[in-house]
Design a protein around this ligand. Structure first.
Ligand code: ADP
Length: 456
């Protein structure tokens, strides 16, 4: 069943129930009120006859009163204290069955003796006539219930009409409301099925600033994110296949040459070296891809421990200095003693090796790389600056992207895959730190790393 129909039925049942209850309540209150008024009027009329009779309790007055009532809608019966009829406005009706034998509990202001307007032909009241504190007779008043019933019938007709109009109105309002409520939902459903079919350019109309509006915004955001992710995944797959294809082409080509041609030993060695080099490049690339895949699956674990930074960086300096020297570059490391950092030692080493390797790769003979550590409060600022070739301004925003390389042809000869900085950034973020880069072409590059949790 459609949501709008379900909502409509539920609303209708609730409102219909409420309306019926209120109509019933109002109707019975009005009817009671109306009958009460009639009874009070009848009693007041009886009381006023009684007052006249108390002043002149004689035949003339009695016949006056009965004559007056015979012209009215009401009827009167006057009895003596023993309930014998001494006057009646309507001889044709036998009122005797209404005349009560129990007269001792009739108060001075009279009493209603019949109020069942639905079942009996008359409603009736009685008022005692007292002269010198002695009851000398009674005035019985009667009113035909047909008049009350026709009054109530009119009232019922009005109620029926009002009820019908209000039900029709309710029905109409509910149809409009439930349609208005479910319309944005249907649009969202349509949008999500379009998204699942790969159309991410869905646009949902701006609805009110409520839960439905929030939902529409979330769906739109989801579509944008999915669009971005799909595009990124496609780019990434294209890059990977490209990166894998190049070394594999080399390997296959040179293996074929070595295999098929009868080459001198020296040349064979040369080609085999290229094959080894390309195989190493491939295995490094695959290792790096694995690291990034772990980040993407959120399965990368960082095991922090307290690291003596001075000692840690000294070790790295000793490891890299020979390579720097061999290429005629200088590496200087400055780190205060007794400075400790909470970090994962293996990952931290990978960060420094990647950054220092880049500094060495992208500089020329005689260039200098300086690693400097400064403690600022509980933060540890580490800068790695080189006097190398720098990065063109337009490339700076992209250097942390996967497979991004400034100079594609040259970097290949330097052995770069374009994943180094992407991994560095993921590792630093996993530590809760930040990395920023400043660079000027032909002047140098500076990476600034900030880690939290310095103790010293
Ligand atoms: P690669 O494996 O190619 O070095 P990276 O992700 O480590 O990949 O670096 C991305 C690009 O950023 C490099 O291709 C290089 O052009 C540039 N780059 C990185 N570090 C430096 C640096 N210290 N000096 C100049 N350029 C750099």
């Amino acid at each position: 069943m459609k949501l709008s129909v379900k909502l409509g039925i539920i609303f209708f049942l609730i409102i219909f129930g409420l309306e019926s209850f209120m109509f019933f309540f109002l109707h019975s209150a009005l009817v009671d009120n109306r009958v009460e008024e009639e009874l009070n009027g009848l009693l007041a009329r009886g009381n006023s006859h009684r007052s006249v009779l108390e002043m002149n309790f004689d035949k003339t007055t009695i016949s006056h009163i009965t004559l007056m009532e015979s012209e009215a809608d009401t009827d009167v019966v006057i009895t003596d204290s023993d309930l014998n009829f001494i006057g009646s406005s309507n001889q044709s009706i036998h009122f005797s069955k209404y005349i009560q034998s129990k007269t001792h509990d009739i108060p001075r202001h009279g009493k209603v003796i019949e109020n069942n307007w639905r079942k009996t032909p008359f409603i009736a009241t009685v008022s005692p006539i007292e002269i010198d504190k002695q009851v000398v007779g009674y005035v019985y008043m009667f009113q035909d219930t047909a008049s009350v019933q026709s009054l109530i019938k009119h009232l019922n007709e009005h109620f029926l009409l009002a009820g019908f109009i209000s039900i029709a109105l309710t029905f109409f309002i509910i149809i409009v409301l439930s349609k208005a409520l479910t319309k944005p939902l249907l649009e969202m459903k349509e949008a999500t099925s379009q998204i699942s079919n790969g159309n991410y350019t869905v646009s949902l109309p701006k609805v009110a600033n409520d839960e439905l509006g929030d939902l529409a915004n979330s769906i739109q955001l989801l579509a944008q994110k999915l669009n971005y992710l799909t595009k990124e995944r496609n780019d990434f797959l294209a890059s990977i296949s490209h990166e894998l294809r190049t070394p594999l082409t080399y390997i296959k080509g040179y293996t074929d040459i070595v295999h098929k041609r009868n080459l001198p030993r020296e040349e064979q060695e040369k080609y085999l070296e290229i094959i080894i080099e390309e195989t190493t490049r491939l295995s490094v690339l695959i290792k790096e891809l694995f690291v990034l895949a772990k980040f993407d699956q959120n399965t990368f674990v960082i095991q922090k421990q307290q690291i003596d930074l001075h000692e840690f960086l000294n070790n790295i300096e000793q490891k890299l200095s020979p390579a720097f020297k061999e290429k005629d570059r200088v590496l200087d490391v400055f780190c205060p003693e007794n400075l400790f950092l909470m970090a994962d030692p293996a990952r931290l080493e990978q960060i420094f090796l990647n950054l220092l390797d880049n500094a060495m790769k992208y500089s020329s003979s005689g260039d200098k790389t300086v690693l400097r550590v400064i403690r600022k409060g509980t933060n540890c600022h580490i800068s790695i600056s080189d006097t190398g070739k720098g990065i063109p301004e337009k490339d700076i925003p992209h250097i942390f992207d996967r497979f991004y390389r400034v100079d594609k042809s040259r970097t290949r000869t330097l052995g770069g895959s374009g994943l180094g900085l992407a991994i560095v950034r993921e590792l630093i973020h996993a530590h809760g730190g930040t990395i920023e880069v400043k660079s000027k072409e032909n002047i140098g590059t500076q990476f600034e790393l900030i880690f939290k949790g310095a103790i010293g």
